[in-house]
Write a protein that binds this ligand. Structure first.
Ligand SMILES: Nc1ncnc2c1ncn2[C@@H]1O[C@H](COP(=O)(O)OP(=O)(O)OP(=O)(O)O)[C@@H](O)[C@H]1O
Ligand SMILES: [Mg+2]
Length: 333
């Protein structure tokens, strides 16, 4: 692993067993993440888009070590050493990877004053010699995200949604992370505060030299935050490219459909992406290309052979319209 490469994800699979009956026998699997390959470089933000249920949150949680993969590997590079985060790793390595959730309530304990929630993570690592230094540090961070120092002594219910999300951001950055997974961090907020929080995240990214893995339904936000955008469909990445190119010249038929569903991408419009028809269940993933049941360009080969993610026109695309198998088939006929 070279130092530029922060994460190397190889053939990652996360299957949730479906259990039935009084003995809770496993009768099948929900294939939430089903063979993801991804490399993330330090400082290169990646946005992930895809319909509801495509596995974005599961992928994000697995990357930060909250879920143990069923198969494959997530290698995380910390100062030139490789770690798998779901195992036990040194606390400074563990804390250098953080996750910010959609609902800020979920990361704040309603019974604790903000200061008590925030100090937990710092105390584990003994980052400060005195309590005074720690309080001063937290107060400065609150000010950095546009809140007042006094808020340290309030409870979560005393804040608005936007303020609570700012507090979750303080909680994440307080332990000096290198990499943050953000799971639709603004979609539960009022439209008027979404853009402010997005701008704050962008500023912090620059100032603190963070790398983001940014999950969103909003293509405009995806472009604003990420140098690259990955498109997920039923547990797999079907296309990945530089944001600008992905939006201006999408290759995969699914990406094209996704983008055509967004008339005019605006940061203020948190729009649920909807493509015609329902996605198939991740329990019974279609054979061959998993998108063939909804694809307007589906060919015979698409029902039989799963396309690999291959380089095409500067992008990586998993589609037979661009794959070598298709080229071979055309050459033969
Ligand atoms: N803990 C779990 N146990 C069982 N199934 C799960 C679990 N977590 C997620 N799933 C299933 O895995 C699939 C992917 O879910 P996931 O939450 O990762 O999708 P998502 O892309 O984040 O969707 P959304 O956009 O709605 O947040 C779904 O079918 C979901 O029901
Ligand atoms: Mg999700």
């Amino acid at each position: 692993m070279n130092n530029e490469e922060l994460l190397n994800i190889k053939d990652l699979k996360v299957y949730f067993p479906i259990r039935k009956g009084i003995f809770l026998q496993t009768v099948g699997y929900i294939k939430a993440v089903d063979g993801v390959d991804l490399q993330i470089k330090s400082g290169e933000n990646l946005s992930v888009v895809g319909e509801s249920g495509s596995g974005k949150t599961t992928l994000g949680k697995t990357i930060v070590g909250l879920i143990k993969p069923t198969g494959g590997k997530v290698a995380y590079n910390y100062n030139g050493k490789s770690f798998e985060l779901f195992r036990s790793v040194p606390i400074n390595v563990r804390q250098s990877v953080q996750m910010i959730f959609q609902d800020p309530f979920s990361s704040l304990n309603p019974r604790l004053k903000i200061v008590d929630t925030l100090k937990e993570a710092l105390e584990i690592r003994k980052m400060f010699r005195t309590k005074r230094e720690m309080i001063d540090y937290l107060g400065t961070l609150l000010e950095k995200v546009g809140l007042k120092r006094e808020y340290l002594y309030r409870y979560p219910h005393e804040f608005s949604g936007g303020q609570r999300q700012r507090i979750s951001i303080v909680r994440a950055i307080s332990v000096k992370p290198k990499f943050i997974v953000l799971d639709e961090p603004t979609s539960s907020l009022d439209v008027s505060v979404q853009a402010q929080v997005i701008n704050l995240l962008k500023e912090l990214q620059r100032e603190l030299n963070l790398t983001y893995f940014f999950i969103t339904h909003n293509v405009a936000i995806a472009k604003y935050i990420g140098q690259k955008i990955a498109v997920m469909y039923l547990g797999k990445i079907v296309e990945i490219n530089d944001s600008e190119n992905l939006i201006n010249s999408p290759f995969h038929p699914y990406t094209r459909l996704l983008l055509s569903a967004v008339v005019e991408p605006k940061i203020e419009h948190e729009k649920e992406i909807k493509v015609g028809g329902e996605p198939p269940s991740p329990v019974n993933v279609p054979s061959g290309c998993r998108f063939h049941t909804r694809c307007p360009f589906a060919m015979k080969i698409c029902e039989e052979v799963e396309p690999d993610l291959v380089e095409y026109g500067g992008a990586f695309v998993a589609c037979h319209l661009y794959s070598k198998e298709r080229t071979k088939q055309i050459e033969k006929s």
